[in-house]
Write a protein that binds this ligand. Sequence first.
Ligand code: EPZ
Length: 443
Amino acid sequence: MKIWGGVRLEGEVWLPPAKNSVLPILAASLLCDGPVRLRQTPRLTDVENSLALLRAAGMRTAWEGEDLLLAPGRAGKSALPDGPVRAMRSSVFYLAPMLHRMGEVRMTMPGGCRLGPRPIDIHLEGLACMGAAAEWKGEQLTLSAPRGLYGAEFSLRLPSVGATETLMMAAVKAKGITVLRGAAREPEVVDLARFLMAAGAHICGAGTSTIWIQGRERLSGAAFRPVTDRIVAATVLAAAAATGGSVTLRRCVPEHLEPVVEVLTRGGCRIRREGPAALTLAAPARLAGAGWVTAGAYPAFPTDAAPVLAAAFLTAEGPSYFEDTVFEHRFGCAAGFSALGGRAKVRGRLLELAPAERLQGAAVSAADLRGGAALAVAALQAQGESTIAQAGYIRRGYGDLAALLRSLGARAEWEGKTERENEGKRRTKPEKYFSEAGGISLP
Ligand code: EPZ
């Protein structure tokens, strides 16, 4: 991606559905015996990889405009293809639904951003409590539950978002009652519960640390609009704050943004609610330092927003300290910050920023999804041209971030033909595949 900095961003953004809500819900569609319609699903590479896994598992998938249509099809295979599994962490969400659907699942270790060790032991421990047996051959995992899954009481040793979602998906069709203690409370966990309940699941307590689930024999289909993306929201606010701009977020959930709003307000931004689902930010010409920011499990400051907000504070008047208690290696983007003239230092889980007068455009490289977005926010305030290599990471979670930034007045574009090629690749199989398989009436 190329960005020419120095432009004040202004305008409004209608937030898309949250990647981290859409991805587990796509896996959960395997639990549904009826058709599913996911409204306005963002065109992300992680969504394309999810469709590859769903098709391998026997689901029929098709786009209808911005909506994604999913319906049970022929019996799929219990072994999931390595390519899509390795491309994202969200492949782990297919373990529980596949156990219910086929009694077993085989996959290699899931991929995803390299943020430090990302084991799946809590997922597997919980599934074992519910009757699943795991067998490893190198990196190949085979999980089986020939007699199905049973309700259980399980305490998570830490509030893992993914493990909470895996165990909710296991419990909604398990025999009996499941109680999850020490569960994650993220809005995306609540959204997955809302989707499952729309399909007939019996869940209570989602969003608190204890979730009760009464298993059911069958789940219907559902038409569902996932919650909007609070990390995309944080990214847009950071981009406006970084350039002394002003932006209005539409379709946002202000409650989900409180820690982010608190940090930007400390930096001197004026942020106010515009009705129940909109926020407006007006930034000063230069931010004050953020002071100390600790990222943790919800409702703390979100780990995914840490690098992106840090980027906005690179040229602040005072120092900023961002500590991530969730991942060990969250600040891979610090090297890029320094290349742009930022005064960034990483000590373990802590990123220290000293005030920098100005940033100069440079060639930098993304090491992960949110780090890539952070480099884009940094480049927006740099004088001259910046190039972000490996910007494909950004596509995993933002779709066309360059277009989103251009809609706010920025000069941002993807590197020439590679992007057009990607565009070309996107308009293929699912529609054709679905019509071949014989369309059905969907909600
Ligand atoms: C989800 O990842 C999100 N991804 C991440 O967003 C997000 O950063 C993270 O939750 C924390 O909020 C999706 O929802 C697709 P965790 P997940 O399990 O589920 C350890 C993005 O940029 N852990 O809550 O993988 C783990 O190593 C991505 O959109 C275990 O030790 O996060 C980590 O240190 C990045 N054993 C901590 O828990 C396990 O079995 C939190 O991980 C599971 C997790």
